[in-house]
Ligand binder design. Sequence first.
Ligand SMILES: C[S@@+](CC[C@H](N)C(=O)[O-])C[C@H]1O[C@@H](n2cnc3c(N)ncnc32)[C@H](O)[C@@H]1O
Length: 220
Amino acid sequence: GGSLLRRNRAVLDAACGTGTVALMFAADGYQVTAVDISAAMIEEARRKSVTLQIPLALLIQDVAELSVEPSRYALCISLFDSLNYVTVPARLHQAFLRIHDALVPGGFFIFDLNTPLALRSHMFDQEDLNPQEPVRYRWRSTYDERTCLCTVCMEFWIGSGAETSKCTEIHVQRAYEHAEVLQLLEEAGFQFLEALEAYTFDPLRPTTDRVFYIAQRLET
Ligand SMILES: C[S@@+](CC[C@H](N)C(=O)[O-])C[C@H]1O[C@@H](n2cnc3c(N)ncnc32)[C@H](O)[C@@H]1O
């Protein structure tokens, strides 16, 4: 992987959010194309890119409809709770196909997914209601075993006293079983290389709540 990325510096960030990781790669001299379905996220990524004077090619795109230069990228990343938001397996299949086609043969695809265990066991039930904090939040989740969907109601309170404003977001993530992910990768033409317990180089455990997947576009 190292030698490919020394020759080919093109990196694709699928579901880049505000571009935090994309900017790290770009700061290291990679040519980064970063896409996100949210215009607001892309706008914020653009603001950061301009402020930091680190160039990014930014596109508003659904990863399942990804449209970038084919067979160009040495690496595609999709990190920190992105692909669970593709809640229809057929759409994740589409996304994997599009990402596959964007990579050079031999190119790498590294992404993470929250596990069914994480979504089932209320990992997203979180709160910080400390009045000293400028932003307080309370998140509550429900998991539907039949649809594999985890719905998180996120309430935020911003500011204090009479100036307090409240906003609410509903986030829906789908739990993908490991075997399902392997099948989707294979169907899209990827060779599965490794699945790691997130933030470690350890194999998966029964308690793993987030998986880092590493796959490679087959040569030819
Ligand atoms: C939790 S954020 C992670 C952002 C970024 N990868 C990071 O590490 O900061 C999830 C992002 O996925 C984006 N997203 C959700 N569904 C998407 C889709 N179908 N296509 C592209 N982006 C999507 C959201 O707009 C959001 O910016």
